[in-house]
Ligand binder design. Structure first.
Ligand SMILES: [Zn+2]
Length: 137
């Protein structure tokens, strides 16, 4: 369904998007991604974004998942970095912060695929983060 192009209504829609983004404490990058999807039939009252855990492949709210990015640690070597505040730039992979899902993701080499890096990126920092998280909560 196409709505007529009326500049007035379009501007109102964009403002609403920005307000929603600020309320969710999203990064500017994620906000721009939302705006780029403007032509797709996205429900206006979209609540928490849903992501797929790369470990167990089940869908979950982004707030339940840990965002992970890859950092280059040397020529062709990558380290996985937990990004619980979802502020780091670059591609992100989403994982339940549990040892089980981490093991599954490692086993199927899901990190390399999801983050577009070659080889097996080091998961030590993520494993540490999960271990610390499960003892403090
Ligand atoms: Zn999972």
């Amino acid at each position: 369904m196409r709505r007529p192009h009326r500049p007035g209504s379009r501007r109102r829609r964009r403002q609403a998007t920005e307000v929603q983004c600020a309320g969710n404490l999203r990064t500017a990058v994620e906000c721009s991604m939302v705006q780029r999807e403007d032509s797709a039939p996205v429900p206006v009252a979209a609540e928490t974004p849903v992501r797929t855990c790369i470990g167990c492949r089940s869908r979950a709210q982004a707030t339940e998942l840990l965002r992970i990015v890859a950092r280059e640690a040397g020529p062709g070597a990558f380290l996985l970095v937990p990004d619980p505040r979802r502020r780091l730039t670059g591609r992100g992979a989403w994982l339940h912060p549990t040892p089980e899902c981490l093991v599954q993701a490692e086993r199927r080499r899901a990190f390399g695929r999801a983050l577009r890096v070659s080889g097996q990126p080091g998961t030590e920092a993520v494993a540490d983060w999960i271990a610390a998280d499960s003892t403090t909560s």
